[in-house]
Design a binder for this molecule. Structure first.
Ligand SMILES: [Zn+2]
Length: 412
């Protein structure tokens, strides 16, 4: 690593560390962490923005170098050979036949190599490991981060060890195994798998990709904001709806725009809306509260079903500092939103991703979206990853003998 390319700054105490003095959480703040509340001491990656501005005058300069100046690695060739990010942004003008009075963009991150947004984080963690000759990476996951790390590691010839709650959706478990990773199903929750993977890191020395615990997960996810800024011709959207579980994707979104703001490449931050399921709202419900209270989560949106949001404190800081908003939607609204999205746009999103769309629909219904405003919904994963939830609510027609008479009966 180029000395001084970046430093870590603790979200909680503000202490700065060189990249050699810290790797995961702030050593000071994490000392008293326990497994019943969100961890303290999540680190943020800070660059020498003044120096970068002097060398690179505009966005195209950054882009030409594949944003290496704003990444904690030295050589871009250590990134996976797969196409990560650069996902499409679609504009939708109608919903259910009605013309929308505002502009709506959908960022389709199901188009990543393993079909979820998580590839942005896995790619950077994998590149860092490759650059530092680390061969084994472990992660705890509700499914998507695990299948993502497994796929990215397969492309980089690295060993991935994935700890998942045994109830994770089958498609994600199959993906992990197909990519050749070692899967460890855990009898327990995601939170218990998370804690086990950290113990494994201490015991076996494996590099840990756990979300927020590894600061590069947030850093990797910020690339979405660089893309959005460019795709929207640097007209910063009025609102970005983001599905929230641990609070890492939303922090990544903020971090990307924050980097651009620090470099004077944009003039304001967007309003980011944190959308959670009402059945897994431990992040938004605790914002601004003195004592963190956990309500066990039980949402159909498994990717954002989290009891202890691992990036709670950083997310809270971002939301409070930049005028972010929060909302919850019911599981019924999530499933309904998933159907509305698919039928109106041809984009089939998993329930977690549909949660963000449901949040936008809820804002729309409540008259909270200004006419002519520009809004983005982040679609974080493919619907094919979790069809079991939908199987329960869909009605599959009975099969027919292949005669034209039977068809006539259907269409009469
Ligand atoms: Zn600290």
């Amino acid at each position: 690593m180029t000395p001084g390319k970046f430093i870590f700054k603790c979200t909680d105490c503000g202490q700065e560390y060189s990249c050699n003095d810290a790797k995961y959480l702030c050593p000071e703040c994490s000392m008293d962490n326990n497994t019943s509340v969100p961890p303290r001491g999540v680190l943020k990656v800070i660059y020498d923005y003044k120096k970068i501005s002097e060398i690179l005058k505009d966005f195209s300069g950054l882009k030409k170098n594949n944003f290496i100046d704003l990444l904690p690695v030295d050589d871009i060739s250590n990134m996976p050979p797969l196409r990560v990010g650069n996902t499409p942004l679609y504009q939708t003008e109608h919903i259910n036949g009605n013309r929308l009075p505002f502009t709506l963009y959908l960022k389709d991150d199901s188009q990543n190599p393993t079909y979820s947004f998580k590839d942005r984080a896995s790619a950077l963690v994998s590149a860092y490991a490759k650059e530092n000759n680390i061969g084994t990476i472990v992660t705890a996951s509700t499914g998507n981060a695990g299948s993502s790390l497994a796929g990215i590691c397969a492309s980089q010839h690295q060993k991935a060890i994935i700890m998942v709650p045994e109830k994770a959706p089958m498609a994600k478990l199959i993906q992990i195994i197909m990519y050749g990773a070692i899967i460890v199903p855990v009898k327990g929750t995601y939170d218990e798998a998370f804690d086990l993977s950290i113990k494994a890191t201490e015991e076996f020395g494996w590099y840990n990709r756990n979300t927020a615990f590894n600061p590069f997960t947030i850093e990797g996810k910020k690339s979405v904001s660089f893309e959005l800024a460019e795709q929207l011709y640097f007209n910063i959207p009025d609102r970005i709806f983001v599905p929230v579980g641990d609070g890492v994707i939303i922090s990544g979104v903020y971090k990307g725009f924050e980097d651009l703001l620090m470099l004077n490449l944009i003039d304001r931050m967007p309003v980011v809306v944190a959308v959670q399921s009402a059945k897994s709202d431990n992040l938004v419900r605790n914002i601004g509260r003195k004592k963190f209270e956990i309500v066990p989560s039980s949402t159909v949106a498994d990717s954002i079903s989290v009891d202890i949001p691992r990036n709670f404190f950083m997310t809270q800081q971002y939301l409070q500092h930049h005028g972010g908003e929060t909302t919850t939607v019911t599981d019924e609204e999530i499933i309904e939103a998933s159907a509305i999205l698919s039928k109106n746009t041809g984009l089939f999103a998993e329930p977690a991703a549909a949660t963000a769309f449901a949040g936008m629909l809820s804002y729309y219904k409540r008259g909270l979206i200004a006419k002519n405003s520009a809004n983005v919904v982040l679609l974080t994963g493919s619907g094919l990853k979790d069809i079991k939830t939908l199987e329960k609510v869909l009605k599959m027609p009975e099969s027919i003998y292949p005669t034209i008479e039977n068809l006539k009966r259907i269409f009469s």
